[in-house]
Design a binder for this molecule. Structure first.
Ligand code: NAP
Length: 322
């Protein structure tokens, strides 16, 4: 299978490439945007800005892949709020160029979307629930999803992700260690706790307090399954349990055997609140992914199981780096 992937220097994309490299039946072509990967590259790299739709079309025509996984995204919500045309061009127009190009060359298209197409106001949502985004990012993801469904002859899977945490293997220097409004606080929590420092968990306002945290390697594995699946539709590629950010941090302490008294609930940092003053954040997104697990032949993957896997990855990663 010839796999073309965007966002390969990112948290999710690097995990997809890492898994695909272990498979002798997958040839990898990775679109490259910003910094070069820090790991050794034994696959094809192709410079590409997804905002350049002519370049997107030319690149897909050049490689004629069997599958495209479009993982790249702008994720700075504050920047996007004030640069809407730029965000729209890269996200919405870029996606449409990929989708149409895939239809042209007969490739299956896997678009990576988000649970933030929902507002978090319903008790539970599933793959068929109507989206109701509250911020530009979620709105653009929902538009991309609809655009994909409208491309004639396209074979596609829309893989929504949620609460991704884990290791960016391609560019370890980009490992996020900052506190966060969502669930990307795993590296922050471990970094603080392992140095005997307090890890503050913001409890609000403006946090995504409940979601389905997902280990990046697990989300990547589901997206690879989706790439090789033949059904069109929306798939919820995330962990099976919804927890609050505080519960999540406590589970981290348990699995890493660190004193959980170092975890301190705290109001959201006023500076962060000020930066996000014009942006709404979904508060609580609880979902079902039963249909997806069945379609992709996936067994439920519990939170503690994924955290134990993360501990293994974390220790191996740091041991390898000395
Ligand atoms: N992280 C989460 O919790 C989460 C939750 C739900 C959905 N998702 C979705 O999952 C996907 C991957 O997210 P992630 O966490 O892995 O993000 P990430 O680590 O920030 O990676 C984003 C990637 O997009 C690339 N990119 C940015 N602008 C680009 C452009 N104009 N042209 C080409 N590439 C560009 C970046 O390239 P450079 O490194 O070169 O800048 C990077 O490789 C995204 O679609 C995101 O919306 C993530």
């Amino acid at each position: 299978m010839r796999l073309y992937i965007t966002g390969g220097t990112g948290l999710v994309g690097s995990n997809i490439i890492r898994l695909a490299r272990q498979r002798s039946d997958i040839e990898i072509i990775a679109a490259q945007y910003g910094p070069e990967p820090e790991w050794e590259v034994d696959y094809q790299l192709d410079p590409l800005d997804m905002a350049d739709t002519a370049a997107v079309r030319a690149s897909i025509q050049r490689y004629k892949p069997d599958v495209v996984i479009h993982c790249a995204a702008m994720l700075d919500h504050v920047y996007m709020q004030y640069h809407r045309a730029e965000a729209w061009q890269a996200t919405v127009n870029g996606n449409l160029a990929f989708a149409q190009s895939c239809a042209d060359v007969g490739a299956r298209y896997v678009f990576v979307s988000s649970d933030w197409v929902f507002d978090g106001q319903e008790p539970i949502v599933d793959e068929d629930s109507p989206p109701c985004p509250v911020l530009l990012y979620g709105f653009m993801k929902a538009v991309c999803e609809r655009d994909i469904m409208g491309v004639a002859g396209l074979r596609y899977g829309i893989g929504r992700l949620a609460g991704i945490y884990g290791i960016n293997y391609s560019n370890p220097s980009l490992l996020r260690k900052a506190n966060d409004l969502g669930f990307d606080l795993g590296n922050y929590v471990i970094d603080q706790l392992s140095r005997g420092l307090i890890a503050e968990i913001w409890t609000g306002p403006k946090v995504n307090d409940v979601a389905h945290p997902t280990l990046a390697s697990d989300g990547a594995e589901m997206l690879l399954r989706l790439a090789q699946h033949d059904e069109n539709g929306i798939f919820h590629c995330w962990g099976n349990e919804a927890v609050s950010r505080l519960q999540f941090a406590h589970h981290f302490a348990t699995v890493f055997e660190i004193d959980r008294r170092l975890i301190a609930p705290a109001p959201t940092d006023p500076l962060v609140l000020d930066r996000y003053r014009h942006i709404r954040i979904p508060f609580r997104i609880v979902t079902s992914n039963e249909k997806t697990c069945e379609a992709l032949a996936r067994r439920p993957y519990g939170l503690l199981e994924s955290l134990r896997d993360f501990r293994g990855q974390w220790e191996a990663f740091h041991a390898a780096r000395g």
